[in-house]
Structure formats: structure tokens, C-alpha cells
Design a protein around this ligand. Structure first.
Ligand SMILES: [Zn+2]
Ligand SMILES: [Zn+2]
Length: 82
């Protein structure tokens, strides 16, 4: 009965509308992908990148979100400082 909707974790991903670019992006190494996530435009076709929730793949319109409005997942902080 005690259901907390903030228990899921996700992160904001950036993806290109173009499926060829999306494939290239998904093949990036993690360290390159972290750098890629700071981009606004696709480096392969210059289209503006789309923000999506990693968990439910729904489109978002802000990187400021702390929770996904579609699935309720909590987003990890982008600027992780250790
Ligand atoms: Zn692209
Ligand atoms: Zn989501």
C-alpha cells in the first residue's frame, strides 16, 4: 500500500531525431557519451538534439527536471561532483 513514486532512477539522455545519428550516438563509448550529453546540436547532422527519459524514452523539454513527468523516475544529477 505504501507506494512511493520517487523510488525509480533514470537519467536524461540526448538523442537525434535521425535514426542513423541515433545509432551512432548509441555506439559512443561512455566517456564520449558524457561529453556528448553537453551538446545542444547533433554533431552528425546539426539538428537540435532531443531530450528523452532513459527509463520510458518519452521526450522532455528541459534539462532542469529532477523527475520524469511521464514515469516519475528521479534523474541523476548531470553535474556529478565527487
Ligand atoms: Zn543527427
Ligand atoms: Zn520517464
Amino acid at each position: 500500500m505504501l507506494e512511493k513514486h520517487s523510488s525509480k532512477n533514470s537519467s536524461i539522455e540526448k538523442i537525434c531525431h535521425d535514426s542513423d545519428c541515433a545509432e551512432k550516438i548509441s555506439n559512443l563509448k561512455p566517456e564520449h557519451y558524457n561529453f556528448f550529453k553537453t551538446f545542444t546540436y547533433c554533431p552528425y547532422c546539426a539538428e537540435e538534439l532531443m531530450l528523452i527519459c532513459q527509463n520510458c524514452k518519452e521526450q522532455l523539454n528541459s534539462t532542469e527536471y529532477k523527475f520524469c513527468p511521464w514515469c516519475g523516475s528521479k534523474f541523476a544529477e548531470i553535474n556529478e561532483t565527487k
